[in-house]
Design a protein. Structure first.
Length: 114
């Protein structure tokens, strides 16, 4: 693996974990620091395992990663869970504002603005 790029190494690591068919998997920022191609490949591997019935707990600084693969998102701010969303009930804007501790009316105004 020494000759592989960082993104390809990350794909191999995630692929090996998922190939073991775990029932539950915790992935801490699996796409951090990888190029867009590697990111898509990693998220595809994760999504495939989710479709097979695995539970995946995913942390990511990239909200787009979460919106793409998550069925449920818990938003934390200042070390506390401040909101929980199910599939189709979240957007990047909404999640960002919740992470900043904004009140509900603020994200509604932002989403209505475009």
């Amino acid at each position: 693996m020494d000759e592989l790029s960082g993104g390809n190494r990350q794909k191999v690591v995630v692929g090996r974990i998922m190939a073991g068919a775990p029932d539950v998997c915790l992935l801490d920022e699996p796409t951090r620091g990888v190029d867009i191609g590697a990111k898509r490949a990693i998220l595809s591997i994760v999504a495939g395992r989710i479709r097979e019935g695995a539970g995946v707990i995913l942390t990511s600084p990239g909200l787009d990663d979460l919106v793409e693969v998550c069925d449920r998102i818990l938003v934390m701010s200042e070390g506390r869970i401040v909101r929980e969303y199910g599939r189709g009930r979240f957007s990047e804007k909404r999640l960002f504002l919740d992470m900043q501790g904004s009140e509900g009316t603020e994200w509604e105004e932002l989403e209505n603005a475009g």
